[in-house]
Design a protein around this ligand. Structure first.
Ligand code: BEZ
Ligand code: FE
Length: 299
């Protein structure tokens, strides 16, 4: 067991006293979480023995993270992402959904509502001719197709920017769409092939990456959130195969199972989906696990 002795003082009594201060917490889960937080946080502080100046800079850093947040900028999400915490939480929760598609991080750019679109629509509102066709299904873990499931999609453009990052250049809703699967659980839409891109670095998280000589790039991907009645929502990506940074994602969010498979449109696809012959086609099958009975599962 790690010693709680610092010089002449045993600091365990302080930790115990703080933990006891939560004895009256009515909600047991809240109490468990706060107890574990104090236990691990005190152990971390004992481990690093910060100077007062270091602790002050830590508080300044967290203050700057909070101050950088606004309705379209989520610096705390970004911090959780670059420290691998978002991915750890996803991985823990995937264990409750055996057989489902792997999940991955939500990221900070799902802050606006996606426009409702019809199957076959393009989500590219700037008229780019290079269409990628995405076709997919939503199924349950028994393999049954799920009609009327919603599939929320968002992605950056070919230059690596989300609409919210370029409000003067991209119309709001560009690269986003909310689709509903047809009677056979299918969805399809047209888009552009997204680029790899750097996560925002003009805030304290960028300073952290700089100070640690880490690059800020994410491999190219399209985000999905699928919802169907009686099923756990799924938040995931498909990654563009061959994209740079698949092996060094700044937010640790690549899982091999999520690297897409790109085919090529033939004349039949061209006629059916309105894409050019030779356009890339990504096929995405989203598998949802059932919601445990009686539970109100939330994202
Ligand atoms: C994203 O994929 O949109 C994203 C995820 C984590 C951090 C920054 C961006
Ligand atoms: Fe993204």
């Amino acid at each position: 067991m790690t010693s709680t002795q610092i010089g002449d003082v045993d600091t365990q009594a302080l930790t115990d006293e703080v933990i006891r201060s939560f004895d009256g917490t009515p909600d047991t889960r809240t109490q468990t979480i706060l107890t574990a937080l104090v236990h691990h946080l005190h152990a971390f502080v004992r481990d690093i023995e910060p100077s007062l100046a270091e602790w002050e800079s830590a508080i300044e850093f967290l203050t700057a993270v909070g101050q950088k947040c606004d309705p379209v900028r989520q610096e705390f999400v970004l911090l959780s992402d670059v420290l691998g915490v978002s991915m750890l939480v996803e991985t823990i929760n995937d264990q409750h959904a055996p057989g489902a598609t792997d999940s991955t991080v939500l990221g900070p750019f799902h802050m606006t509502e996606s426009p409702t679109r019809h199957l076959g629509d393009t989500i590219d509102e700037v008229g780019n001719p290079n269409h990628l066709l995405v076709t997919g299904t939503v199924r349950n873990t028994n393999g049954d197709l799920l009609p009327h499931a919603t599939v929320d999609v968002w992605q950056c453009n070919e230059e690596g920017f989300y609409d919210v990052q370029q409000p003067d250049i991209q119309p709001a809703g560009n690269g986003r769409g909310l689709f509903t699967t047809d009677e056979l659980g299918r969805f399809w839409f047209r888009t552009v092939t997204p680029s790899h891109y750097p996560i925002p670095t003009d805030g304290p998280v960028g300073t952290l990456l700089d100070a640690t000589h880490r690059h800020p790039y994410r491999p190219a991907h399209i985000h999905f959130i699928a919802h169907a009645d009686q099923h756990r929502p799924l938040t995931t990506h498909i990654f563009v195969p061959g994209s740079p940074y698949l092996d060094s994602d700044a937010v640790f969010a690549v899982k091999g199972s999520l690297i897409g498979d790109l085919g090529t449109a033939d004349a039949g696809h061209a006629a059916q989906f309105g894409v050019g012959v030779g356009s890339p086609i990504a096929t995405v099958d989203l598998v949802l696990a059932p919601t445990p009975s009686g539970s109100a599962d939330v994202l």
